[in-house]
Design a protein around this ligand. Structure first.
Ligand code: 5FU
Length: 260
């Protein structure tokens, strides 16, 4: 049995990374493989979305550096809601510099990402040093990284060779890397998780290069385990209703895949 058709709890057992185990178990418990991307500049809006959408998601993805009124209280509330509603915090920081710099970007500054984000993203373009730097600052059981192997945007520079080399780098940091952001069903172990953004029920693109597919295409054709949805939920008139709709479509597609 491969990653594609293995039920979540079997994959959790196969996972060697403790945070991957925790996320796969959480997805099974909550029947959700939906990650919501709350891309807002207001901390009030961020917290309000986290409170409302919390019950439907396995992950809340942030871009904490776009918040205009950031404070420690924003983080305190996010942490509380993550516990209350049983989801993990995923900061899409896209670390991409040399190890020594990302170590400080992860652990320092006003955002102190390492203190609160269970997961962060990193571009492997600079080589393994980016992961060495992140590990130096934050290697512990409840911290992990998702490597960006392939982006959803048109004209991205992620060639097949780049994607393959990204996975090689990720595999050599199995204690910290829990999976990959990608747009195709790349060949990884059953305990490794694939995350796919660029999913919408309403649009096929935006005006700035984003490209969308449906939840079913993401899960069945692109091999997504976790589906990342932003404006399709946060920009709708009724985000709660919409989140439940996405949760169900994404999770049903995943369950169908187990049966195949
Ligand atoms: F790595 C990636 C990628 O390849 N595509 C993305 O869209 C990350 N993203 C993020 O997912 C992006 O920064 C947004 O936060 C989110 C998608 O939001 P949307 O509103 O669903 O387009």
């Amino acid at each position: 049995q491969s990653r594609i058709n293995m039920p979540l709890m079997e994959r959790a057992k196969a996972a060697t990374n403790p945070l991957a185990q925790r996320l796969l178990t959480l997805m099974d418990r909550k029947k959700s493989n939906l990650c919501v991307a709350v891309d807002t500049q207001s901390s009030v809006e961020l917290i309000s979305m986290a409170e409302k959408l919390g019950p439907y998601i396995c992950l809340l993805k942030t871009h904490i550096d776009i918040i205009d009124d950031f404070s420690k209280e924003t983080i305190q509330k996010l942490k509380e809601l993550s516990e209350k509603h049983d989801f993990l915090l995923f900061e899409d920081r896209k670390f991409a510099d040399i190890g020594n710099t990302v170590k400080m970007q992860y652990k320092g500054g006003v955002h102190n990402i390492c203190d609160w984000a269970h997961l962060v993203t990193a571009h492997p373009v600079a080589g393994p040093g980016v992961l060495q730097g992140l590990c130096k600052a934050g290697l512990r059981d409840d911290r992990g990284c998702v490597i960006i192997a392939e982006m959803s945007s048109s004209g991205n520079l992620n060639t097949p060779a780049y994607i393959e080399d990204s996975i090689k780098i990720g595999n050599s940091f199995g204690g910290f890397v829990i999976g990959y952001v990608c747009q195709s069903s790349i060949d990884v172990d059953a305990g490794v998780i694939l995350f796919t953004p660029g999913v919408s029920l309403d649009a096929s693109s935006d005006s700035l290069g984003q490209q969308y597919v449906t939840p079913e295409t993401a899960v069945n054709e692109k091999g997504a385990d976790v589906v990342i949805v932003g404006r399709g939920i946060t920009g709708s008139e009724n985000p709660v209703e919409r989140a439940e709709q996405y949760r169900k479509r994404c999770y049903d597609a995943l369950c169908k895949r187990f049966e195949s």
